[in-house]
Design a protein around this ligand. Structure first.
Ligand SMILES: [Zn+2]
Length: 328
């Protein structure tokens, strides 16, 4: 048996809890472990995970977004899960070991008590995969074989097909997002039909990743930055000139905005002036029912990306001011 065959064998036999909530598409067992491993394979493919140690003490937004993408494909909408659940239970598989925080011991009882990332962080710093397994994951063929066995072993059609489609979306969205950042540095003449021909899910995910990482999860208008321990962020990637008008996913036609600022910007209640300070509409300034929070932002400098070349384009901001008749 080759090393790869050894791990394919282990992957095909992941222990998964049975339960009445799990339908035929997940073979009536919990899908958490295979979905987390698919997400880990994505991180290796992206070059985000560069060793067999998976740190859980930092920003988990990317791992969470990948896991949630898979999860939503096969689990009813109302059912939620934390990545902490499979992350901890994989400790029972021979290739995955939690690294305890100093002074803590990993026992079956501690494992079973973990259902959130905060609880997981109280026990472990992260997990270490077998180095040989990580090496297999680093090759395109190894990843492809490992993904194949995860999909085939634990899912039936149409869940299997939906997950395979999600794998492809994650791959293409990552490439698309990288391309959006690269085009700022090295402007290339692009086929204008290139973005249009991509599936919406690929564009959305790629644009979102590029913009949110550029702003490091901080709202450009009010400065709020909330990244939960589970890896959920308070910000959206907002288009300045909407996609349906501009067909422009350039990061300079985007800003990371929290839900309230996103809505206010899209409705023309807030805007950005030529000197990159926050503008408010006449309505917001005169309407006594509008809460004061937004008005406190007026005249304040926005919180742009650290890299000046990635700042929002005045061309786009000017279009938005013109559209909503916003002026200083
Ligand atoms: Zn905001």
């Amino acid at each position: 048996m080759t090393v790869l065959e050894h791990y394919l064998h282990l992957f095909a036999r992941l222990r998964r809890a049975p339960g009445p909530t799990w339908g035929p598409s997940t073979k009536r067992r919990a899908p958490h472990k295979p979905l987390l491993l698919l997400s880990i394979l994505d991180l290796v493919a992206r070059g985000t995970l560069t060793s067999g140690f998976i740190d859980i003490t930092g920003d988990l937004s990317e791992l969470n977004e990948l896991f949630t993408g898979y999860w939503r494909r096969v689990v009813p909408l109302e059912q939620k899960s934390s990545i902490a659940f499979p992350f901890s239970r994989l400790h029972n598989e021979s290739f995955w070991k939690l690294m305890p925080v100093p002074g803590r011991e990993i026992t079956p009882a501690t494992l079973n008590s973990i259902s959130t990332v905060l609880q997981l962080r109280g026990v472990a710093m992260g997990a270490r995969m077998d180095e040989e397994l990580f090496l297999q994951m680093q090759s395109v063929d190894g990843r492809s074989a490992l993904r194949h066995v995860l999909l085939q072993s634990f899912f039936t059609e149409p869940a299997l097909a939906a997950l395979a489609e999600e794998v492809a979306i994650h791959d293409r969205a990552f490439e698309y997002g990288l391309g959006l950042l690269e085009q700022v540095r090295e402007p290339v003449v692009r086929d204008p039909g290139e973005s249009e021909s991509l599936p919406e899910a690929v564009r959305n995910q790629g644009f979102r990743r590029a913009v949110v990482s550029t702003y490091d999860h901080r709202c450009a208008l009010c400065g709020v930055r909330i990244l939960t321990s589970e890896g959920y962020t308070a910000v959206d990637a907002a288009h300045i000139i909407p996609w349906k008008i501009s067909h422009n996913d350039d990061v300079r036609n985007g800003m990371a905005l929290c839900k309230l600022c996103h809505w206010s910007f899209d409705k023309g209640m807030l805007g950005v002036a030529g000197d990159y300070t926050v503008l408010a509409s006449r309505q917001i300034r005169s309407d006594p029912n509008v809460p004061g929070l937004l008005l406190t932002l007026v005249g304040r400098a926005i919180l742009p990306p650290a890299d000046r070349s990635l700042w929002p384009a005045q061309e786009s901001l000017g279009w938005h001011r013109w559209q909503f008749r916003l002026s200083d």
